[in-house]
Structure formats: C-alpha cells, structure tokens
Design a protein around this ligand. Sequence first.
Ligand code: ZN
Length: 314
Amino acid sequence: MNDTIVFLKPIFQERIWGGNRLSKIFNYNLTSDKIGECWGISAHKNGDCEITNPEYSGYTLSKLFEERKDLFNNDQSKEFPLLIKLLDANTSLSVQVHPDDEYALKYENDLGKNECWYVLDANEDAFVIYGHIAKTEVEFRSMIEQGKWDDLLIKKHVKKGDFINVPAGTIHALGAGLLILETQQSSDTTYRLYDYDRTDDKGNKRQLHIEESIRVSTIPHVEKQVHFDVHTMGDNTFTKLVKNEFFIVEKWDIKTSVTLNHNLYRLCSVIDGTGKINGLKIKKGDHFIITSLLNEFTLEGDFSLITSTVGSIK
Ligand code: ZN
C-alpha cells in the first residue's frame, strides 16, 4: 500500500521540432521520432497526467489536486501550480516570450509563465537564445521591423549540466540539439516573436505575436547573477538551482541512504540512475510527487533527481 508517494504517467507530445532522444536517452517506449515534449508532471487541461498508483485508480493529477487537498499541504490554488516537462529540441524552437501573472490573468485568463531549464544533454555546438541587446522599446521595435535578428538576440552556448532561469518577460529560445528538463508555472501562454522565417510543407509561416511580445518583454534585458547553494550529507549532494515566489528547484545527487524531513509536497523527476524511495523502486524517467502526508522519507541508491516545491503556498 502506497498512498503517500504519487506516481504519474507521462504524456508525450509530437512537435515539428521534436526528435528521438526521449526514447534513446530516457528509454521511453515511443514510436514517433518527432516527440518534442514529455509532460512528466502536469495537471494542465492540455495534458493532465494519470496517477498510476492502484490506490488512486481513475484519478488524474488535476482531480487528485482538487479532491485531496490533504496530499498537497492544503494548497488552495485553483489550479495545480507547476508543470514539469522534458523537451527534445532536435531543431530550434521559435523565439518567444511569456507574460507575467498580472498581464496573463488580465488578457489571457491564464497564469503567467516563469520557467527554468536544466540541460540534460547537449550537442557540442548547442546554444540558447537568452535576452536581447536593445536599450529602449523604440530600439527594440526598430530592430524587429528591420529584421536585424542576429544583432538583436543574444546567443549563449550551453552544455550538459547547465541551468538557465527564464523569468517571465525574458526573450528566449532553445537551439537545436538540446534535451532539457523544464520546470514552469502551469501555463500555456506563449508569444512568438520570430520563427527564423520557416515555412511548413504548405509554405505557411507560423503565427507571430509581435505587438504582444513587445508589450511583455523586459527592456532592457536583465541578466541576473546565478548562484547555486550546495550542501552535502555524507556522499549525497543537494544543489539549490533557483528560488523565487513561484518555485524552488533543486538537483539532488544520491549515492548513499539518506532520510529527509518533509512538510510540503514535492515534485520529483529521476534524470539518471536507479534507486528507491521508502523501499519503492525508482529509475531514470520516473516522475512522482512526495505528498505532504509524509513527514519524512528515505532515499537510497545511485541516482539524480530534479525536484521542486511551490515557492509560496497561497
Ligand atoms: Zn518558454
């Protein structure tokens, strides 16, 4: 009987920019080689994960969150607040920006979207687009109108193990050859600024949202210093990657048995290795939530997790 650690069935989404790394590297049994997204922990209406524990048979995460507040520290948020995805960018994604909560609630009836990326795998020459060089809105608009994309957009080389925080308002895009784990607010509002003038097989370009993008972009771009808090317990390492009002994201590298205290609900995705949580087997590619019914739990084995908690429980 296990009703305190909730396991989820991931949902896979085909994308034109997707590839086959989710089956090759994460051993998911997938037939398409255009899988762009694995929604590992999601209660979003566009992909609501089933709970696989027999104790919760017939439940999706949204239903569980609605009916069993005792599992979620009595979180009164209307929607489950976070969404965990694995993204396989076989080709570049469009350059985009997300609004913050205030704008999204007013104009889109959705949450804003702060997100962050942990790089699981990267080709040698992989990069992301992160920020822009314009100092004012006038300059930003003028460079867009003249199509000076290479001058405007800032490219950053990234490698396996890098972490990138992408606050709402940040211009961003994943370049080709990246496999990442994304922790984000549960939102689907994206404004597309530039799509490399690509066309589909019918010769159509994807829709852009230039005006909305200009309205919600942070100008000038703000580059925040990244600082990781690292602490160790025996051979185990706990690295805090980011902490803000929306989420606290950590990477845990477990090598020996360790028991941890716990009073929130915690989202976990195994990104490497195998082990156990409270005696239950876990392996790379598994996604689960340690509910707030547990006061402590024990991890053992040799594995790494990306784990998150909600920044502030409303
Ligand atoms: Zn995004």
